[in-house]
Each structure stands twice: as C-alpha cells, then as structure tokens.
Write a protein that binds this ligand. Structure first.
Ligand code: HEC
Length: 145
C-alpha cells in the first residue's frame, strides 16, 4: 500500500521536466536559426540606413511600389532581379534571369561599378569599396520587408 504515493509522484514527475526540455529545445532551435543567418547579415542596420541615404536614396526608395530613377528596394533581399512589374528595367538587367538578390549577390553587385557587374545597365553607380558600409547597408536592406 505504501508504494502508491511514490508511484504517483514518479508518474507525475516527468511532465514538468519534459515541458522544460521541450522549451529549452525550442529556445536552442531559435538561437541556432538566428546564428545560421548571422554570417550574411552581420552588419549594423542602423548604420546601413545612413549608408542607404547617402549612396542610394537619390535613385531608390524603400517604400513598396515607389519607383524613382531606380526601382523600389522594398523587399529586395531575396527578390529575383528585374522582377517588379511596374518598373521599366534595362534589357541588360532583364537578361539576368538567374540572378536573385541574396546578400551575397548584392555584395558582389554593389562592390564594383554597376556597368561592370551588369554591362548595359542603366544604374549609374561606381560601387562601394568600404566592406563594413556594404555589410551594414545589406543588413539594413534585409530589414525592409
Ligand atoms: C544614380 C542612380 C542610382 C544609384 C545612386 C543607385 N542605383 Fe540602384 N538602380 C538604379 C537604376 C536606374 C536601376 C535599374 C537598372 C536597370 O534596369 O538596368 C537600379 C537597379 C538596382 C537594383 C536591381 C533591383 C531589381 O529590381 O532587380 C538594385 C538591387 C539596386 N539598384 C541597388 C542599389 C543600391 C543598394 C544602391 C546604393 C548603394 C544603388 N542601387 C544606387 C539607379 C541607381
């Protein structure tokens, strides 16, 4: 008879610890998920906003649907090149059917003169040499969704 209270305790004991284990696993999964995207988006978005203002805002807006001389950069990270339906792209950019604006692609494109990265483009930009500014800028663009 004396064994019953013990059995009850044993029976109930795993429940809270299992919950804790699941919660810890979830927290760990979230931490790992963040770490996994970190290398490509390691810059400082606040500083990147200033880079955007000085380097890009003359021709680009980050507002959805707002095209200036260049197409809107709303949601540009992860977008296929030349894919906005309401912007008149050059044939040169339209021809880049395999390009998607991943952080890596943006890095490669923006670190050199646009006309070298994409001969025939109508984006007149000489490129950004400063690697930190480039990382900050791309991190900032990644927040615009
Ligand atoms: C002098 C104007 C000008 C400046 C400055 C400029 N761009 Fe552009 N950008 C353009 C134009 C025009 C296009 C369209 C290119 C084409 O169709 O060939 C373009 C296209 C792009 C595209 C392709 C978008 C798409 O929908 O495929 C990206 C990405 C881009 N610019 C990013 C930037 C960033 C980031 C900066 C700042 C570092 C910048 N540009 C500076 C004019 C500019």
């Amino acid at each position: 008879m004396a064994i019953w209270p013990d059995m009850t305790r044993i029976h109930h004991a795993p429940t809270p610890s299992l919950k804790r284990t699941l919660r810890n696993t979830l927290v760990l999964a979230l931490v790992l998920a963040r770490t996994a995207v970190a290398p490509a988006l390691a810059g400082d978005a606040g500083a990147g906003k200033d880079v955007f203002k000085t380097e890009c805002a003359e021709c680009h807006s980050i507002k959805e649907g707002r095209n200036k001389k260049g197409p809107s950069l709303f949601g540009v990270v992860g977008r296929k090149a030349a894919s906005l339906p309401d912007y008149g792209y050059s044939d040169a950019l339209r021809g880049q059917t395999t390009w998607t604006w991943t952080p890596e692609q943006l890095h490669a494109y923006l670190s050199q003169p646009a006309k070298r990265a994409n001969p025939g483009t109508k984006m007149k930009y000489d490129g950004l040499n400063d690697q930190k500014q480039l990382d900050d800028l791309i991190t900032y663009l990644g927040t615009i969704h």
